[in-house]
Design a protein. Sequence first.
Length: 328
Amino acid sequence: MSRLPTECLPPDALCRERWPGEGHALDTSPSATAGRGADDEAAAGTPLAALDGATVRLPRLGSRAGEGAQIGPFGLRLRAGERVAVLGPSGAGKSTLLRLLSGERAPDAGAVRLDGRPLAAWPLPALASRRAVLPQSHAVAFALPVELVVSLGRVAREPDPGQPRIVAAALELACAGHLAGRRFDTLSGGEQARVQLARVFAQLWDAEGALLLVDEPLAALDPGLQFELLDALDAYCGARGHALVAVLHDLNQALGAFDRLLLLRRGRLEADLPSGREALPALEALFGIGLRGVDDGAGGLAVVARRGPAQRDAATGPPADTAAGPPA
């Protein structure tokens, strides 16, 4: 796999001002990446990541072997350069899907492949250079310096003479350069999230066409910083051709920054569709709400959510003529 120079991104450009992300070499439009058929897949070659009937069984307390909740089966193809948002109600299986893709959770049935190779067959150092994971939890057991936490993303690359420079650049890109020299356990939740984002930036900094998996990466951040870091993720992955798969709860982030949506409910993949206005009916059905699409003033789409029928009934109670019971 060819390497990109470590200077390919201006390290603090996104924290100073919006950077348009020069260097995007791949066509990541929905028409180029989502909904490919078998002929398209054959022409495009081996996908970056693939799930073929991958299934996880979650046993319940007291259940016998083979019983309990099932997540999947999933059939997916992910290609370098894609921006994929994973959406669904709480408990739908979104984080479990990411664990399957990362190799943290082996499937109980089916297969998961990276670069055409079974994920379980990858040596850990080689796997660390092809995929990085940002989980929901940012806890670190010890009082480590911020720079050391970020450098953990580079442990599989020894010797790594460029590590100090890459760590500093990754912190700047994550809008966390000012946290250098601090202890991780003294940081706020939002600051810890930015440092952990810098860690995965550092991990794949000098890779090309790799897989970045992030689970609710912006949940603890203020709105302005969410925009900055969405831009940082887009520019970082675009310059390197990385695929980005993100578990999100914010529909506007999903529609505004991603080109493909995976909709999960009750452990099943209900839809795999391009992002955009055409996805609104499927999102309404997924969450049981109403959505109104509006122009965001910059040529993009924003959505306003409103209660669906079930939520309206729960909020207003029974009709007035039946609330007091039957007439005497």
